[in-house]
Design a protein around this ligand. Structure first.
Ligand code: FPP
Ligand code: MG
Length: 299
């Protein structure tokens, strides 16, 4: 997609302003992701200098958050490539995250005030979401509400803000697009949590079945735990390095109890809330398409 190339060029131009070769070299080391946030912004706001800048700002904030997240999660791979913390060290990942994040914010101050407020405010939510995620991983969480609140903040808030800011740029009904973005984001994270169980490491570009080992009780585990009559075996596997047999047992139980199937249904229902929010807007078919493709993705 030609316009995504424009976004990548804009990111590079924003980093070139730093006049710091190491930052540009590190930028080249980052694997590009699906650019869901940019696709969304460009769909809602169309392609213009302002919308491309907004995409670049949001992608840089997202990249910064992942650089920090990989330090926090001690992850060695990101999008099928070695993470910056693995390739260099934690310090480099944190500092490069800070550079991307602050460059994005400087550019944000030059944009429409409502756009700047919407995006910057969501980054506080994103950061709180990450802290909730870490805190929830301390002990076996059995609260669906806490899980939902955490994934909304960690993943939904920036996607919500991206859709809302794009609607502001385009003079569209910002509340409808915010609702679309919020639910797209929550469904996106649920699918991410489901793929952790259903896909293999190669497809994911990161180790599979890692969430539970890291203490993250995601929706399929929440439903499984709720439905198992004898919960002690599952509880004993919490935060443990899983053998092939144990992984298989978890997957089997998730199929028998329909925990996986119902998690997918739940993600689809949240996806439908998103679709309903914009169904009467013009060009809503592409937003429906983005949602469906997101639900049906394999990594
Ligand atoms: C990935 O979650 C992490 C996030 C979506 C948010 C991370 C946010 C921060 C670290 C806050 C700091 C923000 C800035 C801008 C510096 P995950 O670990 O569930 O997903 P993964 O499997 O892809 O790592
Ligand atoms: Mg992570």
């Amino acid at each position: 997609m030609e316009e995504l190339e424009k976004v990548k060029n804009q990111i590079r131009a924003f980093v070139e302003v730093c006049n710091h070769k190491k930052s540009l070299d590190l930028l080249d080391k980052l694997a590009t992701g699906k650019m869901l946030r940019s696709k969304l912004i460009l769909k809602i706001a169309g392609v213009s200098d302002e919308s491309i800048k907004l995409c670049a700002i949001v992608e840089m904030i997202h990249a910064a958050s992942l650089l920090h997240d990989d330090v926090i999660d001690e992850a060695n791979t990101r999008r099928g490539k070695p993470s910056v913390n693995a390739l260099f060290d934690n310090k480099t990942a944190i500092m490069f995250g800070d550079i991307l994040y602050s460059r994005a914010f400087t550019e944000l101050t030059l944009m429409d005030k409502r756009v700047a407020y919407t995006i910057s405010n969501s980054v506080t939510q994103l950061s709180i979401g990450e802290m909730l995620d870490v805190d929830l991983a301390n002990t076996f969480n059995t609260s669906y509400d806490k899980y939902l609140d955490m994934i909304y903040k960690k993943t939904g808030s920036l996607i919500e803000a991206a859709a809302k800011a794009a609607a502001i740029l385009a003079g569209l009904d910002e509340n409808k697009y915010a609702l679309y973005g919020k639910n797209l984001g929550v469904a996106f994270q649920m699918i991410d949590d489901i793929l952790d169980i259903t896909q293999d490491s190669q497809t994911l570009g990161k180790p599979a079945m890692l969430d539970f080992v890291e203490g993250k009780v995601t929706i399929p585990y929440l439903l499984l735990h709720e439905r198992l009559e004898n919960k002690t075996k599952l509880e004993a596997l919490y935060k443990k390095e899983l053998s092939a047999e144990e992984s298989l047992w978890i997957k089997e139980q998730m199929n028998i109890t329909k925990a996986l199937e119902d998690s997918i249904t739940q993600a689809k229902e949240i996806g439908n809330i998103a679709i309903n929010a914009v169904k009467d807007e013009k060009d809503s078919e592409t937003l429906v398409f983005i949602m469906k493709a997101m639900i049906e993705r394999e990594f």
